[in-house]
Design a protein around this ligand. Structure first.
Ligand code: 5GP
Length: 184
């Protein structure tokens, strides 16, 4: 799955992820007792986190998904989001929890939250696996957080580089040779 020379540094181990997901699951279970919980996963990066987190939550819930793409250069989020796949269900009157892989500048999430808010959910909260607060451009409220990470490009546990590394069960930075295309 992974060649040893592809890893630069492991930032978050499998064990640390397991503990954090368990802890978040307990909190969400407690906070959403007797609520009409809808889990909205943002494709594709959030699916690994979402699947693990959902199993750490012991109240009924519905899953739904949105796929979005950012306009502009690939590495710099423009904040203008195109919806590639919209929700299947209506969320009016429901307690919506948006599950994200990472909040970086916050532009994508800010835009997404505006769209969801206009659909009148009973409540709208955010759970993100990773947060890079150093890069924030717009203020977005994160209600549940996995880990704050430094300003580094990370992959693994749902996050990709050129479509790869999503299925690696920990979070790491890549050997810089990979970006130069020198590692095959
Ligand atoms: P924002 O609009 O908050 O700047 O962008 C968030 C999106 O940028 C994430 O959903 C993710 O797709 C991408 N992104 C930001 N930082 C990273 C990172 O360190 N690694 C990966 N793989 N994607 C990132």
């Amino acid at each position: 799955m992974l060649k040893n020379n592809e890893i630069d540094e492991i930032l978050i181990t499998e064990e640390e992820i397991r503990e954090k997901v368990f802890e978040l699951g307990k909190k969400i279970t407690r906070d959403y007792q007797d609520k009409d919980l809808v889990f909205i996963g943002v494709l594709r990066g959030a699916i690994i986190f979402m699947a693990d987190l959902a199993r750490a939550i012991s109240i009924p819930m519905i899953f739904d998904f949105m796929a979005i793409s950012s306009y502009g250069a690939a590495t710099e989020s423009s904040g203008v989001v195109r919806i590639l796949k919209d929700l299947d269900e209506t969320i009016a009157g429901k307690d919506v929890l948006v599950v994200e892989d990472i909040v970086d500048t916050g532009l994508t999430l800010d835009y997404l939250l505006r769209i969801l808010k206009s659909r009148k959910p009973a409540s709208l909260k955010v759970c993100t696996f990773l947060n890079k607060s150093a890069r924030r451009k717009v203020k977005v409220k994160v209600d549940y957080l996995g880990f704050d990470i430094p300003n580094k490009f990370v992959v693994g546990y749902g996050l990709d580089y050129a479509g790869k590394f999503r299925n690696v069960p920990f979070v790491f930075t890549l050997n810089p040779e990979i970006y130069k295309g020198e590692l095959k």
